[in-house]
Design a protein around this ligand. Structure first.
Ligand SMILES: [Fe+2]
Length: 224
């Protein structure tokens, strides 16, 4: 048995240092996004659905630790798939809550506005493409505005579930949840109406801040 300096096995040492994922608090009240996003939908979405992904990623990490400890990795395919699903669900919901604000701005300004004009032609063209991507996901998924650091480009991506159909390395800047749990209680089958309403509560200051940080990301050191 390998023993690390404090006398624990490697798995015990990891468990001591690795914190579980936790559900972040919202930065606003449940009713703050009304009438565009109802308090009840937001409460259920955050407290129940997002919490389930947090619980899911922690449970999967525990199962992976147990698999390593027992040296039985026969369930690795399912565990890795479940890990990607729940971790991505947690990440995207965490971004989604910060992308929204009661006093959302009408449109981006500054460098982000210039980059959107450069890569999509205009803000209206960008909004139309992102709305279309979110509204037309087959099954469950998301629409996302992302920064691709290798080509230094903005992209709009259509994400399946929480983790499929995306280019590697992209940094999500603005995400729109298109799962039925995100809107059905308020908008029923009118997903496009929900997506149109969400544009009223986008916090472009948050998106621009995320863009500024993403632009500093170097995917391959020394490549540029
Ligand atoms: Fe969701």
């Amino acid at each position: 048995m390998i023993v690390v300096p404090n006398g624990n096995t490697p798995n015990e040492a990891l468990e001591e240092t690795m914190k579980p994922y936790v559900l972040p608090d919202l930065g606003y009240d449940y009713s703050a996004l009304e009438p565009h996003y109802s308090a009840r939908v937001l409460e259920l979405h955050h407290d129940k659905h997002h919490q389930a992904y947090v619980d899911g990623v922690n449970a999967t990490l525990d199962k992976l630790a147990a698999a390593r400890a027992s040296e039985d990795l026969s369930a690795i395919v399912g565990l890795e798939k479940t890990l990607a699903f729940n971790l991505s669900g947690h990440v995207l919901h965490t971004l989604f809550w910060t992308n929204l604000a009661p006093d959302g701005n009408d449109r981006p300004a500054g460098d982000l506005a210039a980059a959107i004009d450069e890569h999509f032609g205009s803000f209206d063209a960008c909004r139309k493409q992102l709305s279309s991507a979110a509204s037309s996901v087959q099954g469950s998924g998301w629409g996302a505005l992302t920064w691709e650091p290798l080509g230094e480009r903005l992209f709009i991506e259509q994400i399946y579930d929480h983790q499929g159909n995306v280019g590697q390395g992209g940094v999500p800047l603005l995400v729109i949840d298109a799962w039925e749990h995100a809107y059905y209680l308020q908008y029923e089958n009118r997903r496009a109406d929900y997506v149109a309403a969400i544009w009223n509560v986008i916090d472009w200051t948050d998106v621009a801040n995320r863009f500024d940080h993403a632009r500093g990301r170097v995917l391959i050191p020394g490549n540029r």
